[in-house]
Write a protein that binds this ligand. Structure first.
Ligand code: PEP
Length: 263
């Protein structure tokens, strides 16, 4: 199990799925599904990352029904305001009670050509506005074969942490590109190896205390049937879940992973 000082985080990245009406039905169903499992879920933080157009609706629902999930966004602008058509400011997200923001997801790195520099700018913007960046890193299969399992993720995280203060609140997500949406899941040992290397990067960049408190997630084809095996690893503090986070029963079963870990 991960350190007792780090509260596990199970985060659902909806990507471009569920409109605001579908989001209401989904969040209500997830909440009801988990209601009688408080003993298994109290010690786990749950976060949902809807599309921008759903955020206001989901925030209102969670506030009205006292639903204890954290709210996240899937991206943020590196700029604060101004003539940046289509961009969304961290200031606007903060006003909607958004707590987390995914930065540097491999789909944005690939389809929107987000470089390490752009990712670092977005991390700075998130922190400026009091948002917690969920910094995604991970290698393609070719990169793994060429430079080994850790080199790409280590370099991406070092670049993202450039200029970040040692007391900053951040989350790191190791998401091997070859495991995202493919059903080809990394082994727990593979996830542990990279997550441990990433914790060393946090220690180098931000200090030992930051490394001890920072949560490092695994992401890539996480399901209810494999989550427990990842959560047994000492440097894996949770999961960033894509496809399986869109199915309320399956996502609830992932959140209830402790049933299978034996804690
Ligand atoms: C993701 O996109 O962050 C992800 C991990 O997707 P999936 O769980 O579908 O592999």
């Amino acid at each position: 199990m991960g350190s007792v000082t780090r509260k596990p985080l199970i985060a659902g990245n909806w990507k471009m799925n569920l409109d605001h009406l579908q989001a209401v039905a989904f969040v209500q169903k997830l909440h009801w599904t988990l209601k009688d499992a408080a003993h298994e879920t109290d010690s786990v933080e749950v976060a949902v990352f809807p599309p921008f157009t759903d955020i206001r609706t989901v925030q209102t629902l969670m506030d009205a029904d006292k639903i204890p999930f954290a709210l996240g966004a899937q991206d943020v602008s590196a700029k604060d305001s101004g003539a940046y058509t289509g961009e969304v400011s961290g200031a606007f997200l903060k006003k909607l009670d958004v707590h987390y923001v995914i930065i540097g997801h491999s789909e944005r790195r690939e389809y929107h050509a987000e470089s390490d520099e752009i990712v670092a700018g977005k991390v700075q913007a998130a922190l400026r506005h009091g948002l917690v960046p969920v910094i995604c890193v991970g290698e393609t299969l070719e990169q793994r074969e060429e430079s080994g399992p850790t080199a790409v993720s280590v370099a991406q995280l070092r670049a993202a942490l450039e200029g970040v203060a040692s007391d900053a609140d951040i989350v790191v997500a190791y998401e091997p590109v070859w495991a995202i949406g493919t059903g080809q899941v990394a082994s727990p040992e593979q996830a542990q190896e990279v997550c441990a290397a990433l914790r060393s990067v946090v220690a180098d960049a931000l200090g030992d205390a930051a490394a001890e408190r920072t949560r490092i997630l695994y992401g890539g084809s996480v399901k209810s049937g494999n989550i427990a095996s990842f959560m047994r690893e000492p440097d894996v503090d949770g999961a960033l879940v894509g496809g399986a986070s869109l199915l309320a029963d399956e996502f609830a079963a992932i959140i209830r992973y402790q049933k299978h870990v034996g804690v």
